[in-house]
Design a binder for this molecule. Structure first.
Ligand SMILES: Cc1cc2nc3c(=O)[nH]c(=O)nc-3n(C[C@H](O)[C@H](O)[C@H](O)COP(=O)(O)OP(=O)(O)OC[C@H]3O[C@@H](n4cnc5c(N)ncnc54)[C@H](O)[C@@H]3O)c2cc1C
Length: 422
């Protein structure tokens, strides 16, 4: 008996590293296996499968967030870091159909909105639209302080925001960056590289910057030394915590700022501009609300608990998660988000056709002794820790990658059209 036409809905929440990788891998996997998948359909007496993939993402495009430290200072780079969701850039028909074969037709939609609530088979957007799904992948990343987490949704708004930030940097004589993680170090390094005459201080509560349990001690020590060379030893305030921030005048964004610290030698630090690079929050409010079915799938750090196949615990074979919001025990990275997103997409397409084995995260992902990580001090100096724990300074490949903060690399990995960005 022929079942006829079957429709399936896939919802992708968050359209950046994890989300776009999931989207691309669904399409690539189905395209690559179209013959096998088509016969899997015919074995089930299905004549035609209509696959509706909806990307729920408030932005008009994808921002390569890695390059924010440079985008704050270089508007051309900001512009180049924004990849609009259109056919030319995504190399996929957006809000249009893609005929994979006579029996498989895919439609990709972009809904420019936020996920407000997620349930086991539908989502509710911020504007109360109900989106039913059969399968879902979530990769909503983290929120940081402005301007490190841009608010603008369009390219124009994003570049404008970076422009506002640049204006503030230009008019400031002294800048203080709080937090010696990768973000703080890159912001401080870039500002100093662009404006060597400005005073740039970095305040960090520990004895060394870039202290990560998965990174060797030597990485943190060497990085501290490099930062001290770049911004000055006297401007690298270690073992120092900011207790309060007092702003002069009514307009909280302008004027002289006094930072009160616990360091007896630097009790008060004056600055024209302060960047708080010390905190982030996982974007999981849409999973964490009263009576949410996902409460048991979140851990105490507001991370989404996932299985090796990137499905969310308790929602196996149906809802997947990738990227910064997951509970994977490694330094969160764009590469990690793309890898998990890819696995989520592969597994969603595998589940739909129910013919193939699930893909799992490679063991090395979790068990590598070190974390692969590169951090710049201004994009002309880069420190790298390889997965094997080797520490390299200014390795040619890393230097090349960071001349554009991985714009080319990311566009290659996500198969995005580079030249259509502008
Ligand atoms: C300044 C900076 C520099 C970095 N440098 C590096 C680096 O050099 N190398 C590296 O590997 N990693 C780096 N990282 C980390 C890397 O950027 C993250 O690990 C990566 O972005 C995670 O990808 P993701 O898809 O999980 O989330 P994100 O890239 O944060 O994307 C999340 C997406 O979800 C959307 N979203 C959020 N909430 C909702 C909602 N409720 N509904 C719908 N959509 C939503 C957002 O708009 C966004 O587009 C850096 C991070 C920052 C901030």
């Amino acid at each position: 008996m022929t079942t006829g036409i079957v429709s399936k809905n896939i919802l992708i929440v968050g359209g950046a590293f994890g989300g776009l990788s999931a989207l691309k891998s669904i399409i690539n996997n189905i395209t690559k296996n179209q013959t096998a998948y088509s016969s899997a359909l015919s074995n089930k007496n299905i004549l035609k499968l209509n696959l509706d993939i909806t990307v729920l993402e408030p932005r008009n495009g994808f921002i390569n967030i890695l390059g924010i430290p440079l985008a704050l200072l270089d508007l051309k780079h900001a512009n180049e870091s924004y990849f609009e969701y259109n056919q030319k850039t995504l190399n996929l028909p957006i809000n249009n159909t893609l005929n994979i074969s006579d029996s498989i037709i895919i439609k990709i939609n972009h809904i420019k909105d936020r996920c407000h609530r997620l349930y086991s088979d539908h989502a509710i957007t911020s504007s109360n639209q109900v989106l039913n799904f059969d399968y879902c992948s979530v990769s909503t990343g983290r929120t940081r302080n402005w301007p490190l987490d841009p608010k603008g949704l369009t390219r124009l708004q994003f570049v404008d925001e970076m422009g506002q930030s640049l204006k503030k940097i230009k008019s400031a004589n002294s800048v203080v960056v709080i937090g010696g993680g990768a973000l703080g170090v890159e912001v401080a390094g870039e500002i100093k590289q662009h404006y060597p005459d400005k005073s740039v201080k970095l305040i960090h509560p520990h004895a060394n910057i870039l202290k990560e349990p998965k990174l060797p001690k030597e990485f943190a020590e060497k990085s501290t030394e490099i930062l001290q060379n770049v911004i000055g030893k006297e401007n690298t305030l270690l073992n120092t915590r900011v207790l309060d921030e007092i702003k002069k005048g009514n307009n909280k964004n302008d004027g002289l700022i006094t930072l009160i610290t616990n360091n007896p030698e630097h009790k008060e630090i004056k600055a024209d501009l302060v960047y708080w690079c010390n905190s982030h929050k996982n974007n999981i409010d849409y999973l964490k609300f009263e009576n949410s079915p996902f409460l048991g799938s979140l851990n105490q750090f507001d991370q989404v608990r996932i299985n090796n196949d990137c499905s969310i615990k308790g929602f196996e074979d149906k809802i997947f998660a990738a990227g910064d919001i997951t509970d994977l025990d490694f330094v969160k990275s764009a590469g990690g988000a793309m890898h998990c997103g890819g696995i989520s997409g592969d597994n969603i397409s595998n589940v739909i056709f129910s013919e193939f084995n699930a893909q799992n995260l490679p063991k090395s992902f979790i068990t590598l002794p070190g974390a692969h990580m590169s951090v710049t001090f201004g994009n002309k100096s880069v420190i790298t820790c390889t997965g094997e724990g080797e520490i390299l300074f200014n390795a040619p490949r890393a230097l090349m990658k960071y001349t554009d903060y991985c714009n080319k690399l990311v566009s290659k990995k996500l198969d995005l059209g580079l030249d259509s960005r502008l």
